[in-house]
Design a protein around this ligand. Structure first.
Ligand SMILES: [Zn+2]
Length: 503
């Protein structure tokens, strides 16, 4: 569509006009024209279809995905300025048939590029997308759900525009029953990501994941507004939305025994998504017990995980026995499938963790880095059991702390630990989700390894973050744990390191 040509847009006769190079609508009596953010191309105007055809060909020459995203969720938002079936070409047509014909015409062309089209189910289901909105009298009541029986199910997928399944607000639609309705009509649903700018992810093949689950591939759209990097999405728990949305569809009839069982199921799904998104394998997921090793960090430990007396300058965060980590195991213990050599402070001179503190912080008694933790092994990965010792701005993007890996040949690597991605604060402050699950259990880059409480009853989560070694053939000599000057973390604690030997 040529921008600024009112004759190509869907509008009632005489309604659209040009102003400063933009198409505007005249206001009709009784109408509230709000943002005017939607101007539709007329579906019966042949010049518009030609532009669509060229755009499809151009996009399909670049992207290789199985699906072509057709959208079509906005033509019915009359309150935003959209119009449907009312221009001089369209006004004598049934608006539902007009939509079905348009989608079919588009999917016919898209089929020539060996793709399917997908469109939003909200076009069909949501009342707000059918022109209806409280206080807005001008919208037509079009029974668009009737289109369901007129689309080719082998060529059109309907995706659910759910607003983050996990954090759905009260006034947002519950998509699960709508998903099941569409599935009952024979539609194949897919997971689709909206608003993410990294093309390598946008076309990433989620069917691999479905294959691993041994299930039909159906899922839901997860809307991520704006331009978000992978890190942004991880920090905002967006990947969890995919897992929850898919789980809702794939395993809806398979209730888990408890919230913890369900949570570990979701953690597993999240790791599979991470492996696909990052095109990597987490060695710990495939290692045999004999492939794993533990690292002795006793000599580097500089703080106790317990604190007998508050404000005496010693012990954990020096807040006393009600608010320390005395419940954390103090002997070699398997957590989340990995053996960790946790230290008993009483057998190690009152020291059971490596703690670093922010150099900008007043009254600190600990260094901002601890150097030279000996590894002396070839490793496929290292798994760090750690925590940030206080909360940080959720929006902080710089690493909370880093591990600097030193290879025997003098080369180095870095594992940057980001707050809300590879680590969280030790006290769990996170929101409660369905089944009393905590959103804090589901970090993108770390698994919850130990859940416990302090003596005063506050919830604690300690995470295990796995660093995949880019050079498994090299001997790792040492690791430094460093809190950079620009970190906003007050401090960090390391309880144990284990690893998977390079094969
Ligand atoms: Zn028209």
């Amino acid at each position: 569509m040529q921008l600024g040509d009112p004759s190509l847009v869907e509008a009632r006769p005489g309604e659209a006009y040009l102003k400063d190079g933009r198409i505007e609508f005249k206001r009709y009596p009784g109408e509230i024209l709000r943002r005017m953010s939607r101007v539709n191309a007329c579906p019966l105007q042949p010049r518009n279809f030609e532009v669509f055809r060229q755009a499809v060909n151009e996009v399909c020459s670049i992207y290789t995905d199985e699906y072509f995203f057709g959208g079509v969720d906005e033509p019915l938002q009359w309150y935003n300025g959209s119009r449907w079936g009312c221009c001089e070409l369209c006004c004598d047509h049934d608006p539902v048939q007009l939509m079905a014909d348009w989608v079919n015409k588009c999917s016919d062309h898209i089929r020539k590029t060996h793709r399917r089209i997908h469109m939003y189910q909200t076009t069909i289901i949501l009342k707000e997308h059918q022109g209806e909105e409280p206080g807005y009298p001008g919208g037509p009541q079009i029974p668009m759900y009737e289109i369901i029986d007129q689309l080719p199910k082998d060529r059109v997928a309907l995706v659910n525009w759910s607003y983050g399944v996990w954090r759905r607000k009260k006034d947002e639609p519950d998509s699960s029953n709508l998903n099941r309705y569409l599935a009952s009509k024979g539609y194949r649903q897919i997971i689709q990501n909206v608003g993410y700018t990294d093309a390598s992810f946008a076309i990433c093949d989620f069917t691999k994941w479905a294959g691993q689950r041994g299930a039909d591939f159906i899922g839901a759209t997860v809307a991520n507004y704006g331009s978000q990097t992978l890190e942004d999405m991880a920090r905002r728990f967006k990947f969890l939305d995919y897992v929850v949305a898919a789980e809702e569809l794939w395993s809806a009839r398979t209730p888990e025994a408890s919230a913890l069982d369900m949570a570990s199921h979701l953690v597993n799904g999240l790791e599979l998504v991470r492996e696909i998104v990052q095109d990597t394998k987490l060695p710990s997921r495939r290692a045999r017990p004999t492939d794993c090793f533990t690292v002795d960090i006793r000599v580097h430990a500089n703080r106790s995980t317990t604190d007998e007396k508050p404000f005496d300058g010693r012990g954990w965060l020096d807040l006393g026995p009600g608010l320390d980590l005395r419940a954390l195991p103090r002997r070699p213990t398997e957590l989340c499938g990995q053996l960790f050599q946790l230290i008993d402070p009483n057998a190690n001179g009152g020291r059971s963790c490596v703690m670093i503190e922010n150099a900008q912080r007043g009254n600190r008694s600990l260094p901002s880095e601890v150097k030279g933790i000996a590894i002396d092994k070839r490793a496929a990965s290292l798994v760090f059991l750690h925590a940030v010792t206080g909360s940080i701005e959720a929006s902080a993007t710089q690493p909370a702390f880093v591990y600097r890996i030193g290879y025997a040949d003098g080369a180095g690597a870095e594992f940057a630990v980001h707050y809300r991605i590879e680590a969280m604060e030790w006290l769990d402050q996170s929101a409660v989700g369905p089944g009393d699950m905590r959103i804090g259990w589901f970090l993108y880059g770390a698994r919850p390894a130990w859940l416990g409480t302090t003596a005063s009853g506050q919830r604690v989560i300690i995470y295990a973050a796995e660093w995949v070694n880019p050079h498994p053939g090299k001997v790792i000599r040492t690791i430094d744990m460093v809190l950079p000057d620009d970190s906003s973390a007050p401090g960090a604690a390391l309880f144990a390191i284990s690893g998977v030997a390079a094969i």
